[in-house]
Design a protein around this ligand. Sequence first.
Ligand code: ADP
Length: 359
Amino acid sequence: METKGSSKLFQSVVLFTVAIIFAMVIFIVDVNVPAYIAIGAVYSIVILYSWLLPGAYTHLYTGIFCSILVIIGFINSPKSEIQNNLEGVNLIISLIVVWICVALVAAAKRGYIGLENLLEKLEDKVLERTKVLELKNKELEQFTYIASHDLQEPLRTVTSFTEFLAANYMHKIDNQGKQSIQYMLDATERMRNLVKGLLDYSRIGANTEKENVDCTLMLNEIKNDLATIISDHNAHIVINNLPRNLKAHGMELRQLFQNLLTNALKFRKDNSAPEIYVSSVKRKTYWDFSIKDNGIGIAKEHQKRIFKIFQRLHASSQYKGTGIGLAHCQKIVELHQGKIWVESEIGKGSTFYFRIPHS
Ligand code: ADP
């Protein structure tokens, strides 16, 4: 703070010294040149330069100072008998030029100060709005947490009674009743997954610290967790050039990779085994990760909305899911001040990218 103040003072002293040297040079020339040559008008440079000097009225003081120099210069400069008329006119012209410049600098300064005030007001407004948004976001997260948490209890009751019915009364009811119970079981399972997804979503980033993550190790662990589905579909997963020491929220990053890998396996083409490449590129201040698959692909018009919560492109009878996975991914990446996007072509596959700063 102190060094900032003293460097500002030093800067002001230098600026003032330059202004005075300028004015003195013009003055010396003015005194030595005949009065009928309007050297005084050159003081306009000093007035314009005063724009750089600190203080709200410095241009005014500079104007007065230069006017005095113009008059002293006029009195002391050599007079000529022939150009006698011009001398008085030149004095007036010099003074007019000096004060026009003063007026110009004053107008420019006023405009600049107005602009600065406007900017300050805008900044305050943005800050205020950000605070309100953050508060609203927190409230919404809390609401999501409470709602999904409280929904679990009645859901558990419905599920257990339906299971009880299925286990003990199946033989006593007709086919339509059996089918209805099956629908109820399916619906309660879907709802359980949705509620769990919402609960997990609201918990992302809650009270977690960043740690050093070995991404290659993490990916290999996820591969092990998914071993059954990988072997069931003859999937081939290649992991390449991932950071060994990334500062990140470990649990959340694992979930991010796992969601993207699970999707790459889930949205595979019927006629070919999944080929998945996970890699990253180190840039100056961040890492760019990519998860590339040879699956069904995503049409251009859907590539943005799939990151919104509950947005799915297929019926759950076709591909199971809740539509929360990619919203999770987006929230996790944003928790790291990064971004996520996809490039894809229907029938050719998709590449999901996400960017995470080094620290
Ligand atoms: P879910 O997988 O539960 O449906 P997500 O939020 O993970 O929900 O994905 C949203 C939608 O994005 C999916 O329903 C699917 O249509 C599409 N999608 C996600 N990943 C892929 C992928 N790798 N290939 C093709 N489509 C995908």
